[in-house]
Write a protein that binds this ligand. Structure first.
Ligand SMILES: Cc1cc2nc3c(=O)[nH]c(=O)nc-3n(C[C@H](O)[C@H](O)[C@H](O)COP(=O)(O)O)c2cc1C
Length: 361
């Protein structure tokens, strides 16, 4: 049986020292120009110190037009390099393998915060996004690759391409809304083309020891469920990815469009041949038993989000004690502050997850 404490060699770069990963968590703690703040390095370093074998940063924008919220980390410009270098050094010094999540908001970008009109695979009246030209899609692919190369220069072990949650890459997968007539639309292969091109471009732009992962949503956001499984299968067969992370909010859930199905959604992915790529699963891990059960289902890596916000040493405690109960929610803002969560993140977490934070009356 695989243990959470087992190391995991990946296709490129360093092995993960254990199977517990910090999920990418937006924390709005960066400076307005996307440079790293002391609060952001403090929050992530505490999770590396707290035993997570893999630490993934918050979604970081690869183009200013893709900035989705004020306080987002940037990887779009060399001005971001000094902070990124400091972060990579600190994560390594504290024993974690370090990965930056590469992101572009597409029609979910925030024009007010970025100062630029949002762009997306298709025009969107509500957000005011305009459709990317074919040349701009090619530039977007190139910008994902140069952001990855910048992360490598900063000393990170790898990147994770954010293909989940209906941001720009996920928007290309939208069956109904991606009506593009160039090679980035049309059939399933056209809709998925950009995912493959981004991965290939990053591989070309980075060295042989650099890790490349990708995060996908298996449903919602206009995605066809079977098409998403096929895409995951193709990505695993491509032999370029170090990890594929499925973002689900609850690993054992049934599909939203078929809730009475007796097989959990994740089983469609667990059945796929991995060809040496690690399968990471995210959603609903709150204690050590949950983490072990995700591994027992067949995951290679167990990602932890909200429990790691409230318990910086969730990983170390879980590795020490298979009965680690995890944090008790709701937590107070003071408890979060004691867990190296800065003020901006306390506010963001409280606003987004009010059930998890007990605010003083
Ligand atoms: C505060 C917060 C910020 C998040 N930010 C990101 C993000 O930047 N990128 C991403 O892919 N997912 C993001 N997510 C989703 C998490 O990575 C994770 O998939 C989700 O929280 C489910 O895992 P959990 O049940 O362990 O919390 C965020 C979730 C939370 C709670």
């Amino acid at each position: 049986m695989t243990s959470l404490a087992d190391a995991l060699p990946l296709r490129h770069g360093p092995a993960l020292p254990n199977r517990l990963a910090l999920a990418p968590l937006t924390n709005t703690q960066s400076h307005l120009d996307g440079t790293l703040s002391d609060d952001e390095i403090g929050w992530l370093t505490a999770r590396a110190r707290g035993g997570f074998g893999l630490v993934v940063t918050a979604a970081a924008y690869v183009q200013r037009s893709g900035l989705a919220w004020a306080g987002q980390l940037g990887v779009s410009d060399d001005a971001h390099l000094p902070g990124l270098t400091r972060l990579a050094d600190s994560l390594r010094a504290n024993g974690a393998v370090s990965v930056v999540q590469l992101h572009h908001g597409g029609l979910r970008a925030n024009a007010e915060a970025s100062g630029e009109q949002p762009v997306a695979p298709f025009a969107d009246e509500r957000s005011g996004a305009r459709a990317l030209t074919t040349g701009e899609v090619e530039q977007l692919v190139a910008d994902f690759a140069s952001a990855a190369a910048r992360c490598e220069r900063a000393g990170f072990d790898g990147v994770q391409v954010h293909g989940a949650h209906g941001y720009v890459l996920g928007q290309f997968l939208d069956v109904a809304r991606n009506t593009r007539t160039d090679r980035y639309g049309g059939d399933a292969a056209g809709r998925a083309r950009i995912m493959h091109e981004v991965v290939d471009a990053i591989r070309t732009a980075t060295g042989p020891h650099f890790q490349v992962g990708l995060r996908l949503s298996p449903e919602r956001w206009g995605i066809d469920r079977a098409e998403a499984v096929a895409l995951a299968g193709d990505l695993l067969t491509g032999r370029e990815l170090d990890h594929l992370d499925l973002s689900m909010w609850q690993v054992g859930k049934t599909p939203e469009d078929d809730p009475t199905r007796d097989r959990p959604l994740v089983d469609d992915y667990l059945d796929l041949p991995r060809h040496g790529t690690a399968l990471a699963l995210t959603g609903g891990v709150r204690n050590a038993a949950d983490a072990q059960s995700v591994l027992d289902r067949g995951a290679d890596i167990v990602c932890v989000g909200r429990a790691a916000v409230a318990d910086h040493a969730f990983a170390a405690r879980t590795l020490d004690d298979p009965a680690h109960p995890g944090p008790t929610f709701p937590v107070t803002p003071d408890q979060l502050r004691a867990e190296c969560v800065g003020e901006a993140f306390v506010d963001y977490f409280t606003a987004g997850w009010p059930d998890l934070v007990a605010t003083p009356a």
